[in-house]
Design a protein around this ligand. Structure first.
Ligand code: ADP
Ligand code: MG
Length: 541
């Protein structure tokens, strides 16, 4: 059994403020003070993002020191950019990051839930309940909530495109770019369905979905590309810009004169030696280019190099003469994606560059998108399961937010691949949990019953905030919602469009079960760890 924070226990040596003799008194209040300050700091963070929740939530404008501006509604993005001093406040940022990694959506909700739970625990603490008792009960209540949610959920099949679209739209509805929800939802559903095998896959590697942002046009022009796109144009040395039946090679070495490892200088003093150096260089490069040509390659992809020119001008000239199209500056982290989509093997040295490493396709050509050029390869043989999304937007702010929103929508679909179940949105699951959890608390006794009830009441924050942000009277709305749920209408939710309580499933507001389950469990865990902190120790460097 846990001992209450005993005042009689010998006072441990403290690094901070141990100057006076009356440390017994101090020891008793300090943990409480630390806890109170953690709770206050973390709640302040939760309050900061509260107004962003839901389809009628507000957006935030984030200004960076350099003057860059970001407009967003995404909880994880807002929190990540905040400059926070208190360690407990930083825990909420981590919480939202964790939710982003686990579910991808619900990053605002999770922080708001944590804030409400902290509020509840502050009240329980003031009634003299020990923090350990609170945190243990909260963890159990979190588990109970997962069960309640699972009870509410309806299974969904990945062939049910309509449901997938609905859940992607729900997530997109609350974004700055919500007027383009239709296009982005369809894009995200198609993209995920293209890279998975619905029969056996239980996860989606989002790295297989490459999103390319191009300024110009409107978000509606966003499309799934049938082929592989490269952000670069083919290098302009008079080489081909269109190759039929290309044979594509990928090299990770450079076609430029080698450099010394250290910063050395070679002084060439006479003309004959100078000539020889130039000739050697030509010979060296020509040899590499000839060998590339010999393998049959006519489209060459070159990994970006930071040490020296990946392809020198002279090499470009030779490659152009031999009618080899060059796409250089392929980022290191993109190599895996390129290999998978083109079915090509990267060559780390010239000796490994042989005909059998090459990929074949129908066509490689340079295309014009907006104000810049890109290279598109179509008809790839044995193409891996990857897709390319070309995201368009009329300005940088919209484009960036569209990218973040598309990521959320992709994550929502990924959640459905991981756990194929949907629940209603609009505050319905939270209200249902509140009621069922308080019912459950009647079967409990003592401190635990108190804690369960407090936990249950805290969950009402989500419908309350949704109503508040939509300009409805939160108390009236939440009371009616509670009534309807008490009457057994499991799916009654806040219809923000009409400003009343309706069956939210009919409004097509659905979200993946995983998003809600992960939000509630992660929030409970974070609150527990904040409650268990009774001292902050600063390390002096
Ligand atoms: P998060 O970052 O937590 O995903 P959002 O701003 O996306 O935050 O808001 C999500 C909340 O809004 C969820 O509780 C969801 O049920 C609710 N919601 C989304 N669309 C609607 C809608 N059309 N009507 C009512 N509630 C909605
Ligand atoms: Mg969302």
């Amino acid at each position: 059994m846990t001992q209450p924070a005993a005042a009689k226990a010998p006072a441990p040596a403290r690094a901070v403020g141990s100057s006076n003799q009356h440390s017994a008194f101090k020891d008793k209040t300090k943990p409480a003070e630390i806890r109170a300050s953690s709770i206050t700091a973390a709640k302040a963070v939760a309050d900061a993002v509260r107004t962003s929740l839901g389809p009628k939530g507000m957006d935030k404008m984030i200004q960076e020191p350099k003057g860059d501006v970001t407009i967003t509604n995404d909880g994880a993005t807002i929190l990540q950019q905040m400059k926070l001093a208190h360690p407990a406040a930083k825990m909420l940022v981590e919480l939202s990051k964790a939710q982003d990694a686990e579910a991808g959506d619900g990053t605002t909700s999770v922080v708001i839930l944590a804030g409400a739970l902290l509020d509840a625990s502050a009240k329980l603490l003031s009634r003299g309940i020990h923090p350990t008792a609170i945190s243990e009960s909260f963890l159990r209540a979190g588990e109970k909530c997962s069960e309640i949610l699972a009870d509410m959920a309806t299974p969904v099949d990945l062939s049910d495109r309509e449901s997938l679209l609905k859940s992607a739209s729900t997530s997109l509805n609350s974004k700055v770019v919500h007027q383009h929800a239709g296009t982005l939802a369809a894009t995200s559903v198609d993209a995920v369905l293209k890279v998975i095998d619905p029969a056996k896959d239980t996860n989606v590697d989002l790295k297989d979905i490459k999103i390319m942002k191009k300024l110009g046009g409107v978000v509606e022009d966003t499309e799934l590309i049938d082929g592989v796109l490269f952000d670069q144009k083919s290098s302009s040395f008079g080489g081909p810009t269109r190759v039929d039946k290309p044979k594509i090679g990928l090299i990770q070495f450079c076609i430029s004169p080698p450099k010394t490892d250290m910063d050395n200088q070679v002084v060439v003093s006479d003309y004959a030696a100078m000539d020889r150096v130039l000739r050697e260089e030509r010979q060296y490069l020509l040899n590499i280019v000839k060998q590339i040509k010999k393998s049959g390659c006519n489209v060459l992809l070159v990994q970006k190099s930071i040490l020296r020119d990946a392809v020198s001008d002279l090499a470009h000239h030779f490659l152009a003469k031999m009618k080899i199209m060059v796409i250089k500056d392929i980022e290191r982290e993109d190599i895996e994606y390129v290999c998978k989509s083109l079915n090509v093997r990267p060559a780390a040295s010239l000796d490994h560059f042989t005909a059998d490493t090459l990929a074949t396709a129908e066509l490689a050509e340079e295309i014009q998108t907006g104000s810049s050029k890109m290279v598109k390869i179509t008809g790839v043989q044995n193409r891996g399961r990857t897709v390319n999304v070309l995201l368009r937007g009329s300005n940088k702010l919209v484009l960036e937010e569209a990218d973040r929103s598309l990521h959320d929508a992709l994550c929502v679909i990924r959640c459905l691949v991981k756990k194929r179940a949907l629940i209603a949105g609009g505050g319905a699951p939270e209200m249902e949990m509140t009621l069922r959890l308080s019912e459950h608390s009647h079967t409990l006794t003592g401190v635990e019953a108190y804690c369960f009830r407090a936990f249950a009441d805290a969950l009402e924050i989500i419908p309350y905030t949704l109503a508040e942000n939509a300009g409805l009277n939160p108390i009236v709305t939440v009371t009616e919602l509670r009534n309807r749920h008490a009457k057994g209408e499991k799916n009654a939710g806040i219809n923000v469009r009409r400003g009343q309580i309706t069956n939210i499933l009919e409004e097509s507001v659905v979200q993946p079960l995983l998003v809600s389950v992960s939000a509630i469990t992660l929030a409970a865990e974070t609150v527990c760890s904040i409650l268990k902190i009774d001292d902050v120790i600063n390390v002096v460097n």
